[in-house]
Design a protein around this ligand. Structure first.
Ligand SMILES: Nc1nc2c(c(=O)[nH]1)N[C@H]1C(S)=C(S)[C@@H](COP(=O)(O)O)O[C@H]1N2
Ligand SMILES: [Mo]
Length: 427
């Protein structure tokens, strides 16, 4: 005779009276629209990083079949990436308690034996494993990246992207299998009150059956009601929302306690706004950016070397634009002043319809030292090689002697300490 099972593989191990369809279903119904929005904004972020353009930009979806949806990221409205990526990161963090509670509510199912009763049961369990593993993986990698914990074997972008597709596939299967049941469970109480006709009766029976599979056979006495538990999850989410969202708004920045670019004070004065990486951090020394600095400008068979003084003699333009980082923080509009990318293109032979642009920093190494801009970004008259910000020369940490600023683009494309610009290198 087989020994009676013990530990988590035994149904007796799981005793919380909270588990059941009426806890699992509302959590699932919150996660459904939330995860759809996370997926949408996440895919937009890859499009914004111009993955099919240049090895310097993120290449993750490439032009292969997962890159089917890629398009030229627009330059209007100029707060576009601030919105999409702010929503992506803030919502992702806010949903963590809901995700964890949802997983907790169905943990016994992961341990249920035998592993598979039938082929369809086996497939369901595999999809559940991919769902749980994929969910923990995409939320986990996202949080680590936002916290600047670059502990990844390889690129964060690659891991997060392919992880998200695995998760999405499992999520679609799961929703198709479970959505009707979850809706039924949430509606069940209303049906009881209305008095039940035959069809509703059998619906309720099915919901009861599903509920029974999640409920522990030998529950302990409740110490917390189901409503109380849902309230705690909601409270946790609200707390995370309240301590995250501030990293996008000047007046609230100090409330962003867990955001590396939130609470910390970037200092006062015109250059007193968030800094992603300081010059010292990435090895940009004052020698590389001092009086010897020249901008190398390449175009249609022409090359120029310009000092900062020469750049200041070109027509100067001002524009108010934010910086919005993939990590989910953004600044309010800053006043940038400098030379239009259009005008620099014209200097090296691209007078009409300037092409794409490849920008390289004097920064000696690191993945964000170079970036490619699309022609639509180069052609926008608000796109600048900025020399001033908020009325003062750029500080070294904000990219002195010159940096790129492009409307609606992710921060990573706004290269600092620019050393070389090549028009038409990519087309
Ligand atoms: N050379 C260089 N430019 C860079 C980076 C970098 O690491 N090196 N970081 C980019 C990223 S990810 C962001 S969000 C913005 C931040 O600009 P800020 O530090 O002026 O706020 O700079 C971009 N430009
Ligand atoms: Mo960034």
């Amino acid at each position: 005779m087989p020994r009676p099972r013990s530990g988590p593989f035994s149904a007796r191990w799981w005793r919380s009276p909270l588990r059941g369809l009426r806890l699992t279903s509302p959590l699932g119904l919150v996660l459904l629209p939330g995860i759809v929005l996370l997926l949408g904004t996440g895919l937009l972020s890859y499009a914004a990083y111009n993955p099919d353009l240049s090895p310097a930009n993120d290449m993750t979806p490439d032009k292969g079949w997962l890159g089917f949806y890629l398009f030229s990221w627009p330059t209007d409205p100029d707060w576009l990436y601030r919105l999409t990526q702010g929503v992506h990161v803030t919502l992702g963090i806010t949903l963590i308690p809901v995700l964890l509670a949802k997983l907790w509510s169905v943990i016994p199912k992961l341990f249920a034996l035998p592993p598979a009763r039938s082929l369809s049961h086996a497939m369901e369990r595999v999809s559940l494993l991919l769902l749980v593993g994929g969910g923990l993986f995409v939320f986990g990698t996202g949080v680590l990246n936002v916290q600047l914990a670059y502990v990844f074997p390889g690129s964060f972008y690659t891991l997060h992207f392919y992880g998200a597709w695995v998760f999405t596939a499992a999520f679609v299967v799961h929703v198709a299998l479970r959505l009707p049941r979850a809706v039924r469970a949430v509606r069940a109480r209303r049906t009881v009150r209305a008095g039940s006709a035959g069809a509703e009766e059998s619906e309720r029976e099915r919901a009861e059956e599903a509920d029974a599979r999640l409920r522990p056979p030998h529950p302990v006495e409740p110490t917390l009601s189901r409503r109380g538990a849902l309230g705690m999850v909601g409270g946790g989410s609200l707390l995370l929302l309240a301590t995250t969202v501030g990293q996008n708004f000047d007046g609230l920045r100090r409330t962003a306690l867990f955001a590396p670019h939130g609470g910390s004070d970037p200092g006062a004065g015109p250059n007193g706004f968030q800094i992603n990486k300081t010059a010292a951090h990435v090895g940009v020394t004052p020698e590389r950016t001092g009086p010897e600095w020249r901008l190398a400008l390449h175009g249609r068979g022409r090359e120029l070397r310009l000092s900062r003084a020469m750049l200041l003699e070109l027509p100067q333009h001002s524009v108010a634009l934010p910086i919005a980082c993939v990590e989910g923080w953004s600044t309010s509009d800053q006043w940038w002043r400098g030379v239009r990318l259009l005008d620099l293109a014209a200097l090296v032979g691209h007078r009409r319809q300037p092409p794409d642009l490849f920008v390289v920093s004097v920064q000696p190494s690191g993945s964000f030292r170079a970036a490619a801009l699309r022609d639509n970004q180069v052609r926008d008259p608000r796109s600048l090689l900025a020399l001033y910000v908020n009325g003062e020369p750029l500080s070294l940490d904000h990219g002195y002697p010159a940096r790129i600023i492009v409307p609606a683009a992710p921060g990573v494309l706004n290269t600092k300490w620019v050393g070389r610009m090549t028009f038409g290198a990519l087309s």
